[in-house]
Design a protein around this ligand. Sequence first.
Ligand code: C5P
Ligand code: MG
Length: 162
Amino acid sequence: MTSPLPYRVGYGEDAHRLGEGRALILGGVPIPHAERGAVAHSDGDAVLHAVADALLSGLALGDIGQYFPDTAAENAGLDSARILAHTLGLVREWQYAPVNVALVVTLDRPKLGALRSDIARSLSALLNLPETEVGLSFKTSEGLAPDHVQVRATVLLARVEG
Ligand code: C5P
Ligand code: MG
């Protein structure tokens, strides 16, 4: 399973409603002092969901819902790092590897700037990429979507030999 293209670009996005009594986890990092967290069947890590979807879209392999249905009981509370690990396994089978990722996280509160390097470090470990290849932008919705966290992710995939 492979493709003749030396590079492929992928794009993914994910959004979750914010609710009381839930942890907010972004890129594998629990966000301290978040008043609300993502309401989701899994752990609701919208960063990892968007990155996994970007990887799958880059190879035209569909989206994470096909591999981890949010109706399946066994996926309740699922650690999204497992979703990403499974996705990276498919990427390897197709003989590609991520080169760099660029993300935009839209969240009104809390501010994430102080956690930028923590999230980048976590993503770089999960993706086996240098931290310098993980770009993170944080945006508010300017009050237009105060009850959501939304993430958009692009990834460049390079073909690897063998
Ligand atoms: O969305 P806006 O342009 O108003 O964001 C202003 C600044 O706030 C940006 O520099 C961004 O990095 C930061 N920010 C943040 N955490 C968020 C949203 C925005 O640190 N949740
Ligand atoms: Mg999600």
